[in-house]
Design a binder for this molecule. Structure first.
Ligand code: NAD
Ligand code: UDP
Length: 317
């Protein structure tokens, strides 16, 4: 059988670059597409000389015509700081980008996976969140460009499946962390680690009583791949994440316990508008469909993330 040609949009980003690593290792021919909006060349520099890897600089809000068998659509700024910087561009990336990738999938008869998000549940009133929950989303707030953009993208996927028989797969990703996270993109794990490493105040928004559930990147990427390769798991949507829920304050303490020499203190800042108060995935659907469940413990994942951030900041641990 010919080698499968796999397009990864957002392939130079945090999750995308880890996905490219796995696909290259699995013997796929990987076309990594990115416009470096938030991704970096350094995330993929170890791959560029491999015979089964190529890089394509492109913005998915514009259409593209290439030969592919599979598409993983990850292109979209993911941290609140970055997706709010140019909200209209974020929405265009989610919606026009999704449309362009679905058109490409239709033309090539390719399978397409959409990287959706737990944000489609908004500030959830159902806890833990299961896939049947329709969410509680503010359509006009500062997070809406991302939340509603991703909701519209899911709609487009299912409309293409119904109208054109497109082979779609949708995953809803819950907070994921690991090496190669951008140090300054404002997400909580990278913020706390950087702050602890350089002895700055640890910024707890709204006192840190809100909860999140943090998944290590290798677990998540394995879930993407298993779902994409499966023939019997349907289209989803499936939650992908680690149900190990904790408050943001507890996360701060976990980080400080691992960076023992840190002199950082916790400080309270305002909670941003529409910041979800609780979040935890119910993963029983994907567990029974694919036997997938996260394996990496928070302490182990945090250690590897701390090493990656310390190295980039030239700090000796
Ligand atoms: P990231 O910002 O590191 O990666 C996004 C990548 O997409 C970057 O390389 C960026 O340059 C690229 N990109 C953005 N707009 C583009 C455009 N218009 N055309 C081409 N490339 C573009 O973020 P990430 O954490 O790796 O997230 C990847 C995907 O997973 C995103 O779609 C995000 O919404 C989704 N997701 C991530 C998380 C998480 O916790 N990391 C949670 C939920 C959903
Ligand atoms: N957060 C925080 N301090 C920070 C960065 C984030 O307390 O320096 C909080 C943020 O308000 C949110 C949680 O941590 O409640 C997770 O934030 P992140 O931006 O990582 O992801 P998301 O809000 O998209 O889940």
């Amino acid at each position: 059988m010919a080698t499968s040609r796999v397009l990864v949009t957002g392939g130079a980003g945090f999750l995308g670059s880890h996905l490219c690593d796995l696909l290259v290792k699995e013997g796929k021919y990987v076309i990594c597409l990115d416009n470096f909006y938030t991704g970096t060349k350094s995330n993929i520099e170890h791959l560029v000389d491999l015979p089964n890897f190529e890089f394509l600089e492109h913005d998915i809000i514009n259409s593209i015509d290439i030969e592919v068998n599979e598409i993983y659509n990850l292109a979209c700024p993911a941290s609140p700081v970055h997706y709010q910087k140019d909200a209209i561009y974020t929405w265009k990336t989610s919606v026009f980008g999704m449309y362009n990738m679905l058109e490409l999938a239709k033309k090539n008869n390719a399978r397409i996976l959409q990287a959706s998000t737990s944000e489609i549940y908004g500030d959830p009133e159902v806890h833990p969140q299961e896939e049947s929950y329709w969410g509680n989303v503010n359509p006009i707030g500062i997070r809406s460009c991302y939340d509603e953009g991703k909701r519209a993208a899911e709609t487009l996927c299912f409309d293409y499946a119904r109208q054109h028989g497109t082979d779609i797969r949708v995953v809803r990703i819950f907070n994921t962390y690991g090496p190669r996270m951008m140090i300054d993109d404002g997400r909580v794990v990278s913020n706390f680690i950087k702050q602890a490493l350089v002895n700055e105040d640890i910024t707890l928004y709204g006192g840190g009583s809100q909860t999140r559930s943090f998944c290590y990147v290798s677990d998540l990427i394995q879930g993407f791949f298993s779902f994409m390769e499966s023939e019997n798991a349907g289209s989803g949507p499936y939650n992908l994440g680690n149900p190990n829920e904790m408050t943001v304050k507890e996360l701060a303490h976990e980080v400080l316990n691992l960076i023992v020499n840190s002199k950082s203190k916790l400080v309270d800042l305002d909670l941003p508008m529409d910041d979800p108060k609780q979040r935890k995935p119910n993963i029983s659907a994907i567990a029974s469909a694919l036997g997938w469940e996260p394996k990496v413990k928070l302490k182990d994942g945090l250690r590897l993330t701390i090493e990656s951030i310390a190295e980039r900041l030239h700090i000796k641990l």
